[in-house]
Design a protein around this ligand. Structure first.
Ligand code: ADP
Ligand code: MG
Length: 304
């Protein structure tokens, strides 16, 4: 999944559990990678606008969830952003920004409402040229599967980090919660503006300052707004979401960074989401996050 995975598992069978979780992540990557021609996601793109594909139950489940999240976030989260992502990726390789025409054509193909779930496990993309990209939810889904796997094997204390997607089972063996630091955008890796204590939950951060598309001196985020087709500017913002489901935490973190900070704050408050919003040095906490966040500096976070 293009990232490093760290597992911290306590129990007699820990080593084989880690190996099984690794296999599970590889299995999901083989279903969903846009870079593997034999993945189900690649096959769905080839068949877009024509025939349906019978998919694995995990693929059907993640697409069902992704469609609901698209509606809930009013389009800020959209796994059918594939043509836009491909367009910006190719443009960055050439070093020339896409034309208005190309952008308009790609944007016209983006709409999660076009994911047809015909039977429980049969999927079709309605229009030719459409393609999926599960980059903003796949790691979270995989983290949930790994936590389930640990639990099913009798593990009671575990921690998994898939490139910033943290999920934990129970607390630490000493009875205290797992402590997850929140990276200060724009500062050296490991410098944290605060932390969240986590038990039996997931904490996922999306930042618009990491990776992205470069055109000479112009740099954009790897996250784009599916409603305009443009990548986010790489100003120093991040959103961290705490949720029982890592798939949801992952998707909501992406959706909230697409929204401006005020809209994200209102969305998180309305839906009772626990979120930390970092914007140009100001830290805002949604009401559900107020009791979970600890600031690293004496400067208090804004609690509303
Ligand atoms: P990361 O994977 O770096 O932790 P995200 O979870 O925010 O960050 O996912 C970003 C990836 O998701 C992008 O690299 C791209 O593949 C895809 N993506 C970008 N913008 C969106 C969006 N608005 N909705 C859904 N997927 C997106
Ligand atoms: Mg995400």
């Amino acid at each position: 999944m293009g990232t490093q995975v760290h597992q911290h598992v306590h129990g007699l069978d820990a080593a084989s559990c880690c190996a099984a979780a690794r296999d599970e992540i590889v299995r999901l990557e083989q279903l969903w990678s846009v870079f593997l021609p034999n993945s189900e996601i690649s096959e769905l793109a080839r068949r877009a606008g024509s025939t349906a594909l019978s998919v694995a139950s995990d693929t059907a489940a993640i697409l069902r969830l992704a469609r609901e999240l698209h509606d809930l976030t009013r389009g800020a989260f959209d796994v059918t952003a594939g043509p836009l992502i491909e367009l910006w990726r190719a443009a960055a390789r050439r070093g020339i920004e896409p034309t208005e025409k190309a952008l308009g054509e790609a944007l016209a193909l983006v709409n999660a409402g076009d994911i047809e779930l015909i039977e429980p496990q049969t999927v079709r993309l309605r229009r030719h040229g459409q393609r999926l990209d599960l980059g903003a939810i796949g790691k979270g889904y995989a983290a949930d599967r790994c936590i389930e796997l640990y639990r099913a094997r009798g593990i009671r204390h575990a921690f998994i980090d898939l490139g910033g997607n943290v999920a934990v089972l129970g607390g630490k063996p000493d009875g205290t919660p797992w402590r997850v630091g929140l990276q200060t955008p724009g500062r050296e890796r490991g410098e944290c503006f605060g932390w969240v204590d986590v038990c039996d939950a997931s904490l996922v951060t999306s930042g618009n300052y990491e990776r992205g598309y470069e055109f000479g001196a112009r740099r954009y985020s790897h996250i784009l707004d599916p409603r305009t087709g443009s990548p986010l500017p790489d100003d120093l913002r991040s959103v961290s979401v705490l949720h029982a489901s890592s798939a949801l935490a992952d998707a909501f973190a992406t959706a909230l960074i697409v929204m401006d900070t005020q809209s994200a704050f209102e969305f998180a408050s309305d839906f009772g989401l626990a979120a930390v919003l970092f914007d140009a040095g100001t830290i805002r906490l949604s009401p559900a996050m107020a009791h979970c966040f600890r600031s690293a500096s004496s400067r208090a976070a804004v609690v509303e």
